[in-house]
Design a protein around this ligand. Structure first.
Ligand code: TXA
Ligand code: MG
Length: 324
């Protein structure tokens, strides 16, 4: 078989080949894929043959839009949420599969891996063919994944009819694979989308090494308690005075939120007294922030001792100042 290499103008040719049950290698943002019509078992069998891939290794089904998820998989709330955040892009989700997906795609599992690539050539090929496209990386089994058309050609020359050349892959490593059918969502293969990124959307995740990571309490990741002007923390009167005078020299209207009895050291400066102990400070902090931002544009808050109730006060102060 003669293997052609075409650039973007070959998308229509590629789409026709896919519909006819042939293989087409195509670029994605991660690595090049070796695609076939995912709903055509005979076409998919050619992928395993061309790659020399063991039949027990399931394939990823590529869609051009998250709206089409239910064509091949059972959508779950979590899947929809993750796709809304990370797709199109380098995230593959393992979900329960629809019966129309041939067993050869999923290596006889009841699940199917789905991903919506962001590369425009990949999306155009899927859209133009009108088929979900099953595709592993376009290398001979066991070789490194190809990240440019010439690397695909080196492995696939004579084995497939067409390589679509979309230049170098942006990311260069394969997608993150996350199993959403396990009790705790589980990263089966780490990739560009990290556990930390996923934890912004999930409560818990099991990493590829088997460790369970838990998200911070909901809301912790968002900016909280912040006044609408600069806010800086200082530990003592000396620091407060220095920062105050500097801010004033720079043209700000500063104010000190004081939490100590050191009023003397900071006299003749704008000051709002929060109190002299954690109880008083916790009572007045938020009210003082609102009052301060109305008249001033630079808030200097004096920290309290980070123990007991003071810990909670410092948690809010740090968040307000954007340092936590
Ligand atoms: O970035 C990528 O994911 C690239 C591009 C082409 O999209 N594709 C890719 O495919 O790397 P492949 O076949 O090289 O890797 C697919 C991975 C394998 O580790 C496979 O075991 C896993 O996904 N996988 C596929 N279906 C699965 C399923 N139903 N359950 C668990 N793992 C599955
Ligand atoms: Mg691979």
């Amino acid at each position: 078989m003669k293997t052609r290499i075409l650039n973007e103008e070959g998308i229509k040719v590629g789409a026709a080949l896919i519909r006819e049950g042939e293989l087409v290698a195509f670029p994605t943002e991660t690595v090049y894929g070796l695609g076939a019509d995912a709903l055509n078992a005979v076409a998919v069998a050619k992928i395993f043959e061309a790659k020399g891939r063991p039949q027990d290794n399931p394939l990823i089904v590529h869609l051009d839009s998250a709206d089409k998820l239910s064509l091949v998989a059972e959508p779950t709330e979590l899947a929809i949420k993750l796709l809304a955040k990370f797709s199109p892009g380098p995230l593959t989700l393992v979900l329960n599969k629809k019966p129309c997906v041939p067993d050869i795609v999923s290596a006889n599992l009841s699940t199917v891996a789905v991903r919506i690539p962001s590369h425009k050539v990949a999306r155009a090929l899927i859209a133009e063919s009108g088929r979900p496209i099953a595709a592993p990386s376009a290398n001979l089994s066991g070789r490194p994944s190809p990240t440019c058309a010439s690397d695909v050609f080196a492995d696939m020359d004579g084995r497939i009819p067409l390589v679509l050349d979309g230049g170098d892959c942006d990311i260069g490593i394969e997608s993150t694979v996350v199993d959403l059918t396990s009790e705790i969502p589980t990263i089966l293969r780490p990739g560009y989308i990290t556990a930390e990124m996923l934890l912004l959307e999930l409560e818990k995740i099991k990493t590829a090494s088997g460790k369970v990571l838990v998200a911070k309490a909901p809301g912790m990741k968002h900016k909280h308690y912040a006044p609408n002007c600069t806010m800086v923390l200082a530990d003592n009167a000396k620091q407060l005075v220095e920062l105050y005078d500097k801010a004033e020299a720079e043209g700000y209207r500063p104010v000190i939120l004081s939490s100590s009895k050191e009023g003397g050291a900071i006299k003749n400066r704008n000051i709002i007294v929060l109190g002299t102990n954690s109880r008083e400070v916790s009572h007045s902090l938020f009210k003082a922030l609102r009052e301060a931002e109305k008249q001033y544009n630079y808030i200097l808050a004096e920290t309290v001792e980070d123990v007991g109730l003071g810990k909670s006060v410092m948690n809010r102060m740090k968040k307000a100042a954007g340092v936590d």
